[in-house]
Design a protein around this ligand. Sequence first.
Ligand code: PHE
Length: 509
Amino acid sequence: SPAGDLAHQILHALDKKSPLLSSEAFPATPSTEVKGALDRLASRDMVKYETIDREEALLEPEGEQIAANGSHEARVFEALRTAVEGLTIQELETAIGDKNVVKIGQGRAFREKWISKTSDGKFKAAKESIQDTTKDQMQTIRSTRTYPDAKMLAELKKRKLVRTQKIINFKFEKADKFALKIPEVATDLTADMIASGSWKTATFKGYNFKALGADQQSGALHPLSKVRSELRQIFFEMGFQEMPTDKFVESGFWNFDTLFVPQQHPARDMQDTFYVSDPKVADMPRGEDANDKGDYKTYWDNVKEVHQNGKYGSIGYRYPWSGEETRKLVLRTHTTAISANMLYKLAQQKGPDGRPPPARYFSIDRVFRNETVDATHLAEFHQVEGVIADYDLTLGGLMEFMDIFFGKMGITDLKYKCAYNPYTEPSMEIFSYHKGLGKLVEIGNSGMFRAEMLESMGLPKDMRVFGWGLSLERPTMIKYGISNIRELLGHKVDLNFMRNSPAVRLDKE
Ligand code: PHE
């Protein structure tokens, strides 16, 4: 192998002279190759070496030009020195033959007081002779590849006359086991070696305790999980409590009716929602355990009444509300079904003043929609949902909160657009300007929950609740630069991408 050849070349070179510098002995060989060969010899204790790094100064093309022809200012001076009458700028340009040299050179020559102007505006020399220090510096650097005055060197670099480059050099010499041939080494002790006794004289390769361990194929978090944990952190630091979202199947009651979604609403169509075929319907709504003291019968009646005939100052939708329809089981289409359940439970709670206390809830979990699957949509995705219940909240408060919340994700300059949700009024879609795409992108949906929804639950009239939702997939795809959702979820996912994608910091981009 070439490295083997180089290792033997090193041994032969050291046989004649030790120590040696790689820059002298192997000037044309890349330093990585020299190091590889030296490491091989050093591991056998045949050679020892040290690394000597140094900065080398080299001339840029303009520096070369100055080293050869003099600095711009010196050339201007030189052209004027012999012209007793002085020269106009045009004459000077003709004499030097380079407008740029004249432009820069005359300025510097003035500053150096090498030249001055005559009363009729011509340029003339102001001295007998000058010392062209810049040219001297360029010549020194060209021949010595360094410059004694570090401050001056930095200055010349700034003027783009000189650049520096790191030179790695090795100083190597013979070590204890120096020889001209690299002995065969055994890497393992074998049964044959023991049987034949050859182990007694064999040379064994030393252990390399500095070797990196083999890559361990451990499990890795999915990018969605990484973004989710980042978002959970934001919610927790803002005082939110996580909602229990551990059920994918809901009844129409919780998924739609409690949210004042009418039973004829297109979202409830089989085209949009997955209905469960077995069992088809849920039990009547009830608490999940004995501690739940909610009066679900009254709630059911309120929901029916507010849809069918109107209540709480609302005229309702005025259609015959069906108890059968509301009990149909669906794969939840949004986590707002959970929010409704949590708000109903909140209505049962009594704070110090005997009224439901303010609350902040969030969840991040999977929802299902019977949608046409394409590059950016799947039939299931993750929804990030937040709900804030408090007395006398305002829409302005919601907007300010959104600025803070999305700001923590690094999403700023929000824009709001009027929208419609059956359960919120007003409703606002939230947009943000996406620099990469160069346009406003929708990032979420929000609104103030309607009285029809909240008062049916028994929440006080002056308790306002706002909520918002967004998909987890969207920020994840943006952060990881994924354009097709199938790269993120499903059987086409590249496991190496999952393994190697770093944790994201949403605010660091
Ligand atoms: N449920 C809404 C959606 O699916 C999000 C939302 C939640 C909107 C709460 C307003 C209030 O897009």
